[in-house]
Design a protein around this ligand. Structure first.
Ligand code: KIV
Ligand code: ZN
Length: 513
């Protein structure tokens, strides 16, 4: 296939994905995900929005320094200050890109930007020129393109290509498009704009109507050669087009699509697990490609067919996307080297020996309770160890919970707050409710609980429970994580992790507000 048949995969898990409420990630977590994306051979990694906060700047900079084989990109509004900050964060990148954008729909220009169309064009051109003064690779996005006027889009795109933009992104920001119309719009833009051959056209679709992947594929069929997407479809509101679905659709239906990507698809499941464990967003079992049931054949007829001839019911193999068929990986007698190496295969590495030792100690502890340790166990225990290591203010010291038929559950919890131990007791409608009330009797955080979810990490009653606790306070939303074979303890850990995240009080700007 020639270059014109190659679709660039632009991953925005670390930027648009992080805009999903509660999905904020630390610099180290982003770095781990970026390394996994590089291993998966993603072409462009959108590492963040450098001007949003000092933490975002550091994340983009750290990823730009660490990643060598993928282009690293920072988002920037069409403002000098944003572009300069993005350029600074990307200074050490092997291959860097500034992605600047401005809204082009009548509704956004009038009410959000309060600018005339002429002013929008002028700002866009100035932004692209400024970015080109810092870096060669500049992308320009027309925010809310799917609700923008065709003639105006042609005008602004022609002007920004003349100003030096190499990639033109046509986002369906609000998830409004439908495939036929979106594809047609892409085709007409490429055909109509006189200098369209000097840029790569790109898509960025949100999933409000569940059409993000379908819209992305329609745009590729119409000539787009970059798809912006996220692992597990993470992203603002209903999310973005899911990378794994786009990539596997292009690969499985190459007979029809006639294009290819450069993705190493065997890294997809490890990437999905990593993003899920870092963000605390579980993957639904029936999710395409990466859901636990995606390759499971429950019904007798299907099983019979698959055993006789796999292709009767399978259009791709579990191995193609990185599912490990022999999933019992480590046991009680496994050593530190095997532990580290399996986690590296899963996309997780340790920054220090102390971090490795702490996780390995947990592994030994878990292996005493549960003799078969699966990949899912490893991922859960590592994110639990990291959540605890990141806990600065509050720490769980001990707890005792009683739950008995006919009696009200009671929890006694001791937590240390800034190194000083406090104990409290509370009753609740169940043991988890009592535990959270006992923690709150000490912490008195004023936060409200938005989501409580428990996910069995593996099969069997000896499974670890991975708990997500989402707390909200003053408009800030955080997801706390905890894992343990005792789900009440896992719940307490997750609650305390969330309190610590609220305490960290990270403030950052949202690019589209
Ligand atoms: O959805 C959107 O329009 C965006 C842009 C910033 C590309 O995320
Ligand atoms: Zn978006």
């Amino acid at each position: 296939m020639s270059n014109s048949d190659r679709v660039i995969i632009f991953d925005t898990t670390l930027r648009d994905g992080e805009q999903s409420p509660g999905a904020s990630m630390t610099r180290d977590e982003k770095l781990r995900i970026a390394r996994q994306l590089e291993r998966m051979r993603v072409d462009v990694i959108e590492a963040g929005f450098a001007i949003a906060s000092p933490g975002d700047f550091e994340s983009v900079q750290a990823i730009a320094r660490a990643v060598k084989d993928s282009t690293v990109c920072s988002l920037a509004r069409a403002l000098d200050s944003d572009i300069d900050r993005a350029g600074e964060a990307l200074r050490d990148a092997n291959s860097g890109r500034i992605h600047t954008f401005i809204a082009t729909s009548p509704i956004h220009m009038k009410y959000k930007l309060q600018m005339t169309p002429d002013q929008v064009v002028e700002n866009a051109v100035r932004a692209v020129k400024r970015a080109r003064g810092l870096i060669d690779d500049v992308e320009f996005s027309l925010e809310d393109a799917s609700r923008s006027e065709f003639e105006f889009m042609c005008r602004i795109i022609e002007a920004v290509i003349d100003a030096g933009a190499r990639t033109i992104n046509i986002p369906d920001t609000v998830g409004y498009a439908v495939p036929q119309q979106y594809g047609e719009q892409m085709r007409r833009l490429i055909e109509t704009i006189p200098n369209s051959d000097q840029a790569i056209f790109s898509v960025h679709c949100h999933n409000d109507l569940g059409l993000a992947v379908a819209n992305s594929l329609a745009a590729v069929s119409a000539g787009a050669r970059q798809v912006e997407c996220t692992i597990n479809g993470l992203g603002e509101r209903a999310g973005n087009a899911s990378l794994e679905e786009v990539v596997m659709a292009i690969r499985t239906r190459r007979d029809f699509m006639n294009v290819e990507t450069g993705i190493d698809t065997t890294q997809i499941v490890p990437a999905s697990r990593l993003v899920s464990s870092v963000t605390g967003f579980p993957v639904q079992p029936n999710k395409a490609i990466v859901g636990a049931n995606a390759f499971a054949h429950e019904s007798g007829i299907h099983q019979d067919g698959v055993l006789k001839h796999r292709e009767t019911y399978e259009i791709m193999t579990a191995q193609d996307v990185g599912w490990n068929t022999n999933r019992m990986v480590l046991g009680k007698h496994s050593g530190r080297a095997a532990f580290r190496s399996r986690l590296e295969e899963l996309g997780t590495s340790f920054a220090t020996d102390a971090e490795l030792n702490a996780a390995f100690a947990r592994f030994k502890d878990l292996a005493d309770k549960k003799h078969e340790i699966f990949d899912e166990d490893l991922m859960a225990l590592v994110s639990d160890a990291r959540a605890e290591a990141a806990s600065e203010k509050y720490r769980l010291s001990s707890m005792h919970v009683t739950s008995q038929t006919g009696e009200t559950p009671v929890a006694n919890v001791t937590i240390s707050v800034d190194g000083v131990e406090h104990s409290s007791q509370a009753e609740g409608s169940g043991p988890v409710d009592a535990t959270f009330k006992a923690i709150e009797a000490t912490a008195n955080s004023g936060a409200s609980l938005q989501i409580y979810s428990v996910n069995a990490v593996t099969q069997g009653t000896d499974s670890q429970g991975e708990v997500t606790v989402r707390l909200e306070k003053g408009g800030r939303i955080v997801n706390g994580l905890g894992a343990d074979t005792d789900i009440i303890i896992a719940s307490a850990k997750a609650y305390i992790h969330a309190l610590n995240m609220l305490d960290a009080n990270v403030q950052k700007a949202h690019p589209q507000v």
